[in-house]
Design a protein. Structure first.
Lengths: 570, 92, 187
């Protein structure tokens, strides 16, 4: 008896039985939930991107009204900066990289029919949807949306009279609380599923790296978010009940917030990065037709980086007025954490060496990730070193750094994954020519937009200022702001081929076969898209790791994880 | 479900918990230097917590993975607490 | 409910238990963050002995006893279910709920007398921490009582698994109080 429960199901009948609401809205199917996270993430990407464009227009031409928006004064600019950051980190990066790819891929890649707790999974995406609604509403309440930065530092965030924002900030805190609850539920699901529901033969060290990265990211989130929730409770109490946690005049200390926020904030950036790294690590071997280089050491490096990520947080606080004696230990740990990540980047490049490279669109995005992340990672070393950071902190140098790392994660890594798994998710093939155009335009204009920000940051342009022309020493550098804004507009336009591609392919694209990329992992043994419960009566059995490409003495250059070989030498 | 064999004597554990609580209370009334009293008080608290975790929460019988899930957060909290000392204990 | 493989990948581990322990890990970090902040503030402020003197140790001691006993009744609910006892689980679970509500009632009485004496959350940083820590804990006790009530109402207590999982959460809430009691009242 292989297993209990439903066996073969006719997909068509099944869907007709369940109706629209149970299939598309109140679904417990991990694949549908993944798509729901994707949809919400893409919605917020549009909103967050538009906010960024208003910001960039204001920075390039401060004395003009932004088309479609109006005049942008300092208070409005603070709202833009705050909501852009909040949306991109918590409502775009996390739902897409963790929520969508994690939900869709984890059960499929381990041979499970669904997550361990399907109804909890549905609850998680609904709580996330509620968080989205709360954040959306916060734009329209009297006083407007939160404006204390995505980092929400007190005293600015602790007292209504400092920002003029009352309910907007309270709703902002509530939206975060709901979002955290959603991802805590999801996280519990991911970890339990991967631990308990792997099919026979799928040992931990045969898991695709996507899974390892999702699990590490989930663990990081689960363990780091607690202190921030504690801090957020304290902030809310300061605002609403009049406690004094962050008010020096009441015996509190604003610095406490920064410690609690960044204790979470730093692991959080790896919560975003690691899933993207996982997507790239699984795309590279397929399109190089070569095993991933150094599989075990990638896993060890990931775990090491994850552990180290809990002891680097104060590198965000070098100029905060914290005890200067903390600067050296945190600089050291920060430099240390670059080592495992460097290993992973080297492993990616080594995977390509002497491979038979197929330059399909997913591979282009993966290669783009490697290049762009290396740039971002290199500038991270300067930021992480206290003496250098004293100068560049809170300038556009940091902005450039984190856009290179975050953008490479969410956009390059995310699109690598999206183009790669689109056939499996939706049963259609995307257009290759449109995909390539999308990639090259994005690559070029991303760099046009963000590379010059390194320079203007070193020249002294500070973050979060609405009008650079108010500062005499920035006036000669204003042309850089114009270049960046033009780049940003063209970067936005570069996404048009993507939208056209997706809409066209969903409506009229070629039907996708089970395994269009000739890849080894288990999800490619299910139909495209997989039916409810993923496989038919029998689950796959796993015989080997995920990266057996171009084995000697084999006719094909790939060997799926679930294919039993006739009894002969391995 | 794997059989667990012998279960702890839950009532006996409760007895120890109450006794430790009384001991902690008594320690709080100790005259003299506060330091020793505080050490004793928290020793009883840790002991109570361990009794509950190991026996009522069955940690004694669980695989190592579950132990790890319970212990690692505590270690991270120690790191956080220590790191907060310079800014909040030494300077205030 | 949970979809389980025929043979769980790690023998001896049930998915529900793993899930609850991960949730508890995040809760440890939540209360731990609050407690770590309290500890460093308290050590940096000369001990807050004057303020803490206004708390009622006897009331808190009674509450500690209530919660410790409720852990006993909770685990007995599980143990009797495991032994196949029919009435035991219902009785013990009901007792646990009652003790939890008793804790909350005593806490409410405590808060009322403190507020009437003029000690509100805004009175000072010690009181801010006191209300935040015990308030968050009380919310968790309430949530636990709600979960237990749902279990009691749904019946089907012959399967000890759910009682064990609910028990894990309940004991955790007890452990938090085991630390809050000395941190706030005794030290």
């Amino acid at each position: 008896m292989r297993e209990s429960g439903a066996g073969t199901l006719d997909t068509h009948e099944h869907h007709a039985e369940r109706g629209f609401w149970r299939t598309y809205v109140f679904s417990t199917d991990h694949k549908m939930i993944g798509k729901q996270y994707l949809s919400l993430g893409l919605f917020w990407a549009v909103v967050g991107g538009l906010l960024a464009h208003v910001m960039r227009w204001q920075l390039a031409w401060p004395d003009t009204a932004v088309p479609g928006w109006g005049e942008v004064g300092p208070e409005t600019y603070n709202v833009l900066v705050t909501m852009h950051g909040t949306i991109m980190v918590f409502f775009v990066a996390m739902p897409i990289l963790l929520g969508a790819f994690g939900n869709f891929l984890i059960p499929l890649m381990i041979g499970a029919r669904d997550m361990a707790f399907p109804r909890l999974n549905m609850l998680s995406v609904w709580v996330f949807a509620l968080a989205s609604l709360v954040l959306l509403v916060s734009f329209f309440v009297p006083g407007g949306a939160a404006s204390a930065g995505w980092t929400g530092y007190p005293p600015l965030s602790a007292k209504v009279e400092y920002t003029g924002v009352n309910w907007g900030l309270n709703l902002w805190i509530l939206a975060h609380a709901l979002e955290f609850a959603a991802f805590l539920m999801g996280g519990v699901n991911y970890l339990t599923t991967a631990i308990a529901l792997r099919v026979p033969g799928m040992t931990f060290f045969r898991l695709p790296l996507v899974i390892w990265q999702q699990l590490t990211a989930t663990t990081l989130f689960l363990l780091s978010v607690g202190p921030l929730i504690a801090g957020a409770v304290m902030l809310l109490l300061d605002r609403i009940i009049g406690t004094h946690f962050y008010a020096a005049e009441g015996g509190g200390d604003p610095l406490l917030w920064q410690h609690l926020f960044w204790f979470f904030g730093h692991p959080e950036v790896y919560v975003i990065l690691l899933p993207a790294v996982g997507l790239v690590l699984d795309v590279l071997p397929v399109f190089a037709r070569k095993p991933i280089f150094g599989y075990r050491w990638i896993i060890y490096s990931t775990i090491a980086a994850g552990g180290l990520s809990f002891i680097v947080w104060a590198h965000h606080m070098f100029v905060s007025g914290m005890d200067p004696r903390l600067a050296m230990p945190f600089s050291i740990t920060t430099i240390l954490i670059s080592v495992p990540f460097a290993y992973i980047m080297f492993a990616m490049i080594a995977t390509l060496y002497k491979g038979s490279i197929r330059f399909d669109t997913p591979m282009l995005w993966a290669l783009g990730f490697i290049a762009m992340f290396i740039v971002g990672g290199l500038t991270g070393i300067f930021n992480g070193s206290a003496p250098a950071d004293i100068y560049i902190s809170d300038t556009y140098f940091v902005v450039a750094h984190f856009h290179y790392t975050l953008f490479s994660s969410v956009v390059f890594g995310g699109f690598a994954g999206f183009y790669f798994w689109f056939p499996k998710m939706f049963g259609r093939l995307l257009s290759e020519p449109l995909g390539k155009i999308h990639f090259w335009l994005t690559l070029v204009f991303f760099n046009v937009t963000f590379f010059p920000l390194h320079n203007i940051g070193l020249a002294g342009m500070m973050r979060r200022i609405a009008n650079p022309l108010e500062y005499e020493y920035l006036v000669p550098h204003q042309w850089i702001n114009v270049v960046a804004t033009v780049g940003a507009i063209l970067l936005l336009a570069s996404q048009i081929p993507f939208v056209v591609n997706v809409v066209w392919s969903l409506l009229a694209g070629k039907t996708a076969p089970k395994n269009p990329w000739e890849a080894n992992t288990l999800e490619w043994t299910a139909p495209s898209p997989p039916p409810p419960l993923n496989w038919g009566a029998t689950l796959p059995v796993v015989y080997r790791g995920a990266y057996e490409y171009s084995l000697p003495d084999m006719a094909e250059d790939w060997l799926p994880q679930d294919r039993a070989l006739a009894a002969r030498s391995r | 479900m794997a059989s667990h064999g012998v279960r702890p004597n839950y009532v006996a554990i409760w007895g120890w918990l109450v006794a430790l609580m009384i001991a902690g209370l008594a320690a709080s009334f100790l005259p003299g230097a506060r330091g020793l009293a505080v050490v004793l008080i928290f020793a009883t608290a840790v002991a109570k917590a361990l009794l509950v975790a190991l026996n009522y929460m069955h940690l004694k019988f669980e695989p190592r993975l579950i132990y790890a899930i319970a212990i690692v957060p505590v270690l991270f909290l120690l790191v956080l607490t220590v790191a907060l000392f310079p800014d909040f204990v030494f300077s205030r | 409910m949970a979809i389980s493989a025929e043979a769980p990948a790690i023998p001896g581990i049930l998915p529900g238990k793993v899930g609850v322990w991960w949730f508890l890990a995040s809760e440890i970090m939540l209360f731990g963050g609050l407690i770590a902040s309290f500890i460093v503030f308290r050590l940096g402020s000369g001990g807050w002995h004057g303020e803490a003197a206004h708390l009622s140790v006897p009331i808190a001691a009674v509450n500690t006893l209530v919660l410790l006993t409720s852990s006993l009744t909770m685990v007995q609910a599980f143990a009797t279910a495991e032994r196949g006892d029919q009435r035991g689980p219902r009785t013990y679970l009901a007792l646990t709920i009652l003790l939890g509500l008793a804790f909350l009632g005593i806490k409410a009485y405590e808060y009322t007398s403190e507020i009437l004496a003029g000690f509100t959350p805004g009175t000072g940083i010690f009181w801010s921490f006191y209300y935040a820590m015990t308030g968050l804990h009380a919310l968790h006790v309430l949530a636990g009582a709600v979960v237990n009530s749902i279990l009691l109402g749904a019946g089907r207590l012959r399967n000890p698994h759910r009682l064990e999982l609910a028990g894990l959460y309940w004991h955790f809430v007890d452990v938090v109080w085991i630390f809050l009691f000395p941190l706030l009242y005794l030290a």
